[in-house]
Ligand binder design. Sequence first.
Ligand SMILES: [Zn+2]
Length: 117
Amino acid sequence: MTSDEEYLVRLNEVRWGDDIFERDAIITELVKRGVYPKEPTPMMARDNWTIADMLRFYGAYWHQWDPGQECPSCKADLRDHNYGPPFSRKIGIYSKKVDRTTQWRCPDCSHTWERLQ
Ligand SMILES: [Zn+2]
């Protein structure tokens, strides 16, 4: 039997492809298994997005928050529960020099820390 993880890896491979039949079959299976939520997240409900839309924009792991969703200083929960996963309340600080987000800032206490990966 194909594992949940194998399906998620496969979804990232077919994410941009035209074979929507395979993509939708895997999505249906992952919903059935309870890996993907049966009900839309708040953001999906608000903007009328499907799981296929979430997959396309955020990748197969859209249903999870990245690790590190706690402020290292005030310990605030930085997961954005108004939108649902994968959205975070962390504020990204972008460096033009290296063209990437290099630091995070807590919206509650303004503590700033280095982005590790
Ligand atoms: Zn904080």
